[in-house]
Design a protein around this ligand. Structure first.
Ligand SMILES: [Zn+2]
Length: 280
């Protein structure tokens, strides 16, 4: 599992052929379809507790993951093929809580690049593609959709439209057992959030000595618009910022409320922005 940013990724011909075999138009929709059918497979076998969040640990067995190991590795997680199934190896940082949930869901995504109807499992893509940047992005998309299903996006969006606040974001992230970043990224990728004048951003702390600043990692713009914050930075240690930005090529001023999370080195912040158009 990599930590690459979520900018547009080009998919090679082989990925496109793979998604066509699955009856999907492109690799990203193939991943969304696979995640949804795996989730439904688990829910069909559950008699009660249908409404509760689905945890990746519960789903892993359906894709041949029979063992979890925690190791001191530098990447976040990996899949190992064993005699009777996969082992999911997690780094210490990913061994618990919402980070574990996402890391396991991501590794379940990697199992989708194998035919597990036989054992040892048969790779359905060339080995170098299975660990490519494109594959990492696809597995992140898969994990997001596995933990926050399509059919619940509308109610998340409605909840945020009624009350766009840090408390509401925390509550929603907790109810799906995901981090705030995963929740915001899922909303951004689904393009479903539809406030007219508000936006939400995940800010990453830049590792620059004596210049403590944030940069924008994920942003949910108002619906249907192109919102450019680019490489702008935000001051650390303040709970509000005012920045100029372009929205559909119109000058705007954004009033951001900022909340910081995590440690000074690996932390991030959420920013909720209210947009003011300065052009008449
Ligand atoms: Zn990965």
């Amino acid at each position: 599992m990599g930590n690459e940013s979520h900018n547009a990724v080009k998919y090679s011909e082989e990925f496109r052929k793979w998604s066509e075999v699955l009856g999907c138009g492109d690799p990203e929709s193939a991943m969304l379809t696979l995640a949804s059918s795996l989730r439904n497979e688990l829910l069909a076998s559950r008699r009660s507790r249908k409404g509760l969040p689905v945890l990746a640990d519960e789903l892993a067995g359906l894709r041949g993951i029979i063992e979890f190991r925690v190791r001191n590795i530098d990447h976040t997680a990996a899949l190992v093929i064993m005699k009777n199934g996969f082992a999911c190896v997690l780094s210490t940082g990913e061994s618990r809580g919402v980070r574990r949930n996402f890391a396991v869901a991501h590794e379940i995504g990697h199992t989708e690049f194998f035919d597990i109807s036989c054992w040892p499992p048969k790779p359905v893509l060339q080995l170098d593609l299975m660990n490519s940047r494109a594959a990492e992005r696809l597995c992140n998309i898969f994990a997001g959709a596995l933990l926050i299903p399509e059919e619940q996006l509308d109610s998340i969006v409605q909840a945020l439209q009624r009350d766009l606040s840090f408390t509401r974001i925390d509550y929603l992230a907790e109810s799906f057992h995901v981090s705030r970043e995963v929740l915001i990224r899922r909303l951004a990728e689904s393009k479903r959030f539809s406030c007219e004048q508000e936006c939400i951003a995940v800010l990453k702390r830049l590792q620059i000595p004596n210049a403590a600043v944030y940069t924008v990692e994920t942003i949910i713009p108002p619906i249907g618009s192109r919102f450019l914050l680019g490489e702008r930075t935000f001051p650390i240690g303040r709970d509000a910022a005012v920045v100029q930005a372009l929205l559909d090529d119109k000058e705007t001023i954004c009033h951001f409320e900022i909340k910081e999370y995590g440690s000074p080195h690996t932390g991030y912040a959420l920013a909720i922005g209210m947009i003011e158009f300065t052009d008449p």
